[in-house]
Design a protein around this ligand. Structure first.
Ligand code: ADP
Length: 298
């Protein structure tokens, strides 16, 4: 299936500060991709660059065509929650209505009903006629999400969409987003600095660090690649043994006289055990000691 979004060699610098050095990833149709990185790693910069809000080098393709921020037809198919601003003196309903009316080529026949449905979707139907300036941060965040969903987008780009929501709000929004993808085949890329948040919602992850994509793949593969073992033997772990294990491609450390630690052991546990066996080591115990995935990004 065609990728809805493709980012190739994207680079962005602010003066001499190279925030994004070479970013490459794709978002498939109907997929939810979590963009993960520490605060300041460049997630917002990446989203703004993709949307053409910042000058950058590299290419962005949407539905197979180079994305041009001036192409209103294409841009209307993308729902955005990045630095959302509202008319604070207007009501939640009016904020959405004004945006909808300013969207070209739009069938506005069911406008009021659609807006109320959206406000219900984000749990703001009872606040529809209240002015935005009285809203809490979390309510504004939900209104921003409603705004992003206004044009039934094929792709949603959401910057930290769960910030400011309470746990129930987070659960509800996650359910709704999942439903949107499965029923309407919409795709989502959303950013977060917390793996736990990303893990629940998305199958795929893009992890950015130091301006590069440190990991792009499924959460399951990442977990599989992260197998760590403690191996307890009957004899002293010598330098010669460690060299031999390393020559087999094992990422090993001696942690005590008779204990080894094997990192990234998915493919190297077998060769490690062979090497030990050849040297007449008896294995007393193999203990799985995976590090929390969070530590991979810190
Ligand atoms: P994140 O969203 O991952 O927290 P940002 O994309 O907001 O990270 O910021 C990445 C880096 O780019 C930070 O060091 C930030 O200070 C810098 N930065 C972001 N926007 C600007 C800007 N308009 N001018 C200069 N530096 C910026």
């Amino acid at each position: 299936m065609e990728n809805i979004l493709e980012v190739r060699h994207l680079q962005k610098a602010f003066g001499r500060h190279e925030v994004l050095k070479d970013i490459n990833f794709t978002v498939g149709q109907g997929k939810i991709v979590g963009l993960l990185g520490k605060n300041g790693s460049g997630k917002t910069t990446l989203m703004k660059s993709v949307l053409g809000l910042l000058n950058h080098s590299g290419e962005v393709y949407f539905e197979g065509k180079k994305l041009d921020a001036k192409d209103t037809h294409a841009m209307n198919r993308i729902g955005v929650l990045v630095d959302t601003a509202f008319f604070e003196d207007m009501t939640a309903f009016d904020n959405l209505e004004i945006l909808l009316m300013s969207t070209p080529h739009r069938d506005n026949s069911n406008r009021k009903k659609n807006i109320m449905e959206l406000l219900k979707f984000v749990g703001l139907d009872e606040n529809a006629r209240e002015r935005v300036k009285g809203f809490s941060f979390g309510m504004k965040q939900r209104l921003a999400l409603a705004q992003a969903l206004l044009n039934e987008p094929k792709l949603l780009i959401l910057d930290e969409p769960f910030v400011g929501l309470d746990p129930l709000g987070i659960t509800i929004v996650k359910e709704k987003l999942t439903e949107l993808c499965s029923k309407k085949q919409a795709s989502i890329i959303f950013s977060s600095h917390q793996l736990s948040e990303v893990e629940e919602l998305s199958e795929e992850l893009v992890v950015i660090e130091d301006g590069h994509v440190k990991y792009f793949g499924t959460y399951a593969d990442l977990a599989r690649q992260n197998k760590e073992y403690r191996i307890i033997t009957d004899k002293e772990v010598t330098e010669e043994l460690l060299d031999c294990l390393k020559s087999y491609g094992c990422d090993v450390k001696k942690i005590s006289e008779r204990q080894l630690h094997l990192s990234h052991g998915e493919k190297t546990l077998d060769p490690a055990l062979c090497c030990l066996h050849e040297r007449k080591f008896t294995i007393y115990e193999i203990i799985r000691e995976d590090r929390p995935l969070e530590t991979l990004f810190s």
